[in-house]
Design a protein. Sequence first.
Length: 83
Amino acid sequence: MGDIKSPRLLLLKALLFVVAGSLASAGLLLDHFSWTNLFLLVTAIFSFSRFYYFCFYVIEHYIDPNYKFAGLSSVITYYWKKR
């Protein structure tokens, strides 16, 4: 299967990620609501989002502009080979 190139399908994919994440978060909080759980969930989502941003944008634009990553596994492979 090739890359998705349609802007409408890419927006639909993004919307589905938001819906899935919202439902999962709501399910966790409805099951065991506390302010601590809410804070930890928001912190985890923010931290993993920043890590993902680092893996692709920061590495490609600031660390090694010549390397193009295809996914998290290619980030791991890149750093494993670099060692």
